[in-house]
Design a protein around this ligand. Structure first.
Ligand code: SF4
Length: 364
């Protein structure tokens, strides 16, 4: 799957797009030790699960009319949430905030069965936009719990995805936040233990956690397939390569986006002298650029490409107009729209135009 493109023969990215108002000339072009350039990581930005979830809300708004309620942020990006709010989406924390009989979309991060039941009890029309790769982990949890395994779920306490997965088998799941948690883990039967994980973790840190778990529980069973998803892994591989040559890395993504925060950590662990996460280009500080010749840029899996382009435009103002893409993988995974939407859109022009699949599948 990996197709590594060297930075020397990689394509140049044009910057001839219209500028956003209010950011022109904010950053100054100050001298650097070597020629200034940007290394732009690829893959970056939207994954298949995010694309599907965002389109699900847009299609629900078009088909059912506003408002459409969304439990939690549909994806962890403030810009996406704000834009959907403008179209008529109302974001709530729990389904008891949704009027009876209304449409509610479950976010890409997934929900526990208790949430599905609560929505049903309330007579809500639920559209489940849980990413299929999160659903896969839910199914693993159900299966291992049925076989009476103790499930060591590696993930971050309080994250919606972890709450949803743990909710599938609350009596069998023990949360492991980090490698440092391992000495304190207690299990009923060390012979019957399996690890699963959140989809958006650092691959390296997760493998370290697993190594330590296996030291304590030699019969620890692995998941049937990788739980950390393809998009998380691909974005980390790309930024690792970029970070080897970049003094500064800028990650576009929101503070509550696990995979975006991991990209900052991975950049710092792999050679970048500094790495910062920004929601918007206007958060880039002039002092970050002092003495910097090469800047790496990437974005989390819930970030629209337009936000990255704004960053590139601001960096161009500061003299970093040479942009080279560093591509380490091709991505072509696509998911069908949630089945509830496909059912309701069937026979509808939108459903036929999309073939029941996402924007990416429609080639847009
Ligand atoms: S980051 Fe991975 S698990 Fe999360 S929505 Fe994207 S593809 Fe699905």
């Amino acid at each position: 799957m990996d197709t590594v493109t060297s930075t020397t023969d990689a394509p140049r990215i044009g910057l001839g797009m219209p500028r956003m108002p209010g950011v022109r000339g904010r950053l100054k072009d100050i001298p650097a030790p070597r020629p200034k350039r940007v290394l732009l990581a690829a893959p970056r930005g939207y994954c298949a699960g995010v694309d599907r979830a965002v389109i699900a809300v847009e299609k629900a708004l078009e088909h059912y009319g506003a408002p459409v309620y969304v439990r939690k942020q549909i994806v962890h990006n403030i810009h996406v949430v704000t834009e959907l709010e403008k179209q008529g989406a109302i974001f709530v924390d729990e389904v008891d905030e949704v009027p009876e009989g209304a449409h509610v979309v479950f976010s890409a991060h997934g929900v526990a069965p208790a949430v599905v039941n609560a929505a049903s009890d309330r007579g809500l029309h639920a559209i489940d936009a849980t990413c299929p790769l999160v659903t896969k982990v839910h199914r693993e949890a159900v299966r291992f719990a049925r076989d009476d395994y103790e499930i060591l779920l590696i993930g971050h306490e309080g994250h919606e995805e972890v709450e949803g997965t743990a909710g599938e088998a609350p009596d069998h799941v023990t949360l492991v936040n980090s490698p440092d948690d391992v000495p304190n883990i207690e299990v009923r039967d060390p012979e019957k233990v399996v690890w699963l994980s959140q989809t958006t973790l650092s691959v390296d840190e997760t493998m370290e956690t697993v190594r330590r778990l296996r030291e304590r529980f030699p019969n620890l069973q692995d998941p049937p397939s990788d739980d950390i998803c393809y998009a998380t892994q691909n974005r980390q591989v790309a930024i690792k390569k970029v970070a080897q040559e970049a003094e500064l890395v800028i990650v576009v993504g929101s503070a509550n986006s696990s995979n975006s925060v991991r990209l900052v950590e991975v950049a710092l662990e792999n050679g970048a002298k500094a790495a910062y996460r920004v929601d918007y280009s206007t958060e880039i500080k002039q002092e970050w650029l002092d003495g910097v010749s090469t800047i790496g840029v990437t974005s989390g899996a819930s970030v629209p490409e337009g936000l990255v382009k704004e960053v590139l435009l601001e960096l161009e103002d500061a003299g970093y107009g040479e942009v080279t893409e560093v591509k380490t993988a091709e991505e072509d995974l696509m998911f069908s729209l949630p089945k509830e939407l496909r059912r309701d859109l069937s026979g509808n022009r939108d459903a036929r135009a999309l073939g029941g699949r996402t924007r990416a599948n429609a080639g847009a």
